[in-house]
Design a binder for this molecule. Structure first.
Ligand SMILES: Cc1cc2nc3c(=O)[nH]c(=O)nc-3n(C[C@H](O)[C@H](O)[C@H](O)COP(=O)(O)OP(=O)(O)OC[C@H]3O[C@@H](n4cnc5c(N)ncnc54)[C@H](O)[C@@H]3O)c2cc1C
Length: 390
């Protein structure tokens, strides 16, 4: 039986563990997931805004998220363990992208790409936008794009736990330990070293270490362009309800969405304010200085909001082209990568999990071809740039 050790037991590592152990008819694997913190305090999967969209600019991201929404819709049945039917609270009010005159061409290009993949999305003029969402100000908005179905949000922590419980029920073993190194022989990895001095023997190793993945790659002498980039999320209450409110991406780049009876929102810091691996301290100043003024301008009811909480987590940012890096590196025979999702990894965990499991089992992708996000593009210096990174 081939022994697979997965470093990182977040949504990505747990989805891979689930898909590897799912089929009792197929070749069995002995799967061990090494996770240093079972409370997932710093894991992106637990600190995520946990939303899903198909409004991407690249075909591969659209396809991965189309599979993601289909998986999420049936997740209760697929990941049930006996009578325990997981519920991730999926809702589908859509994403609403707002474009200024300068952003119209890109929005139209993206729309054409999305329509070619049968995404249920519609362009709206400012007048149509106002008629549908009377609470929004259309000042500076030339065109908008609304997901009519298949886009929304869910609970990321429940998603991670659902994958983990199901994988464990199928035989995956979770070990709480810090992986500290790889034992190597030639161009292969033969074991994963743990902080307690133990080494887990391995025929196959998977790097699913999220924002910390570059360290794991370094142990195999591989330069992985993935860094932790802090993102702060703020929750706030508003005295007025906003009927039908989707996840809104303002022309300023600031996003917001309902969360129960409240709202959450966030922003992308400018490049010079976005260091690698900054401590996970919330950037409180940004709320008053940047976010609130922009929100109140876009949605006048937000003049009267009150911040109720905040947290910060890492995007595992692929600095090369803001897309996932999946599969083997040519310099190492049996170390698989599932990294660099750059803020859209939770919705892609079903597709990435299934894809990596196929690659390990069959040596090729059998369902969705994920080779556009392989290492090859980095080595050939051909970026697959995703324009819609929020
Ligand atoms: C604020 C925020 C908002 C986001 N919004 C969205 C969104 O709306 N939609 C979306 O799809 N995605 C979103 N994301 C991104 C998404 O959350 C991530 O892409 C996804 O959770 C990555 O999952 P992961 O399993 O790779 O990483 P993680 O969940 O971070 O898991 C990696 C795990 O590896 C463990 N680990 C690392 N190194 C070691 C080691 N050496 N030994 C043992 N264990 C180790 C860590 O403890 C961690 O638990 C958001 C992220 C953030 C921070």
């Amino acid at each position: 039986m081939r022994r697979v050790v997965i470093i990182g037991g977040g949504a990505i590592g747990s989805a891979i563990a689930y898909f590897l152990t799912k089929d009792p008819e197929a070749e069995p694997f002995e799967v061990t997931v090494v996770e240093r913190d079972f409370s997932y305090k710093q894991a992106s999967s637990a600190l995520s805004a946990s939303s899903i969209r198909q409004q991407f600019s690249t075909a591969i991201n659209i396809e991965m998220s189309l599979y993601g929404i289909d998986f999420f819709r049936h997740l209760g049945e697929t990941l049930r363990v006996g009578d325990d039917v997981p519920d991730i609270g999926l809702v589908e009010p859509g994403y609403l992208y707002l474009a200024s005159p300068a952003g119209v061409d890109v929005l139209r290009e993206n729309h054409a790409m999305q329509k070619a993949h049968a995404v249920d999305v519609a362009l709206m003029t400012a007048e149509e936008l106002k008629a549908r969402f009377p609470w929004i100000s259309t000042e500076g908005v030339e065109l908008a794009s609304l997901g009519l179905s298949g886009e929304g949000w869910y609970d990321g922590y429940s998603l991670l736990q659902a994958f983990r419980k199901k994988a464990a029920s199928q035989g995956a073993r979770y070990v709480q330990a810090h992986a500290t190194g790889l034992r190597r022989k030639g161009s292969s990895v033969t074991g994963v070293q743990l902080d307690k001095g133990e080494t887990l023997e391995a025929d196959i190793v998977v790097n699913a270490a999220g924002a910390w993945a570059a360290k794991v790659a370094e142990w195999a002498g591989i330069d992985l362009p993935v860094r932790g980039r802090r993102r702060s999320v703020f929750s706030f209450s508003c005295p007025e309800a906003l009927p039908g409110c989707p996840l809104v991406i303002d022309t300023s780049g600031i996003w917001l969405r309902p969360e129960g009876r409240q709202f959450i929102c966030g922003f992308a810091p400018s490049a010079d304010q976005d260091p690698d691996d900054a401590p996970l301290d919330v950037e409180y100043g940004a709320f008053d200085e940047l976010i609130w003024p922009a929100l109140a301008e876009r949605i006048p009811a937000f003049e009267a909001i009150r911040m109720t909480g905040a947290w910060a987590g890492y995007y595992e940012m692929n600095l090369f082209d803001h897309n996932a890096i999946l599969g083997l590196h040519p310099d190492c025979d049996n170390l698989y990568f599932a990294n660099g999702f750059s803020g859209h990894g939770l919705q892609q965990c079903p597709a990435a999990g299934r894809g990596i499991a196929e690659l390990i089992r069959f040596g090729e992708y059998r369902s969705l071809d994920l080779s556009p996000v392989s290492f090859a593009r980095i080595l050939e210096n051909k970026p697959l740039l995703e324009k819609n990174v929020i």
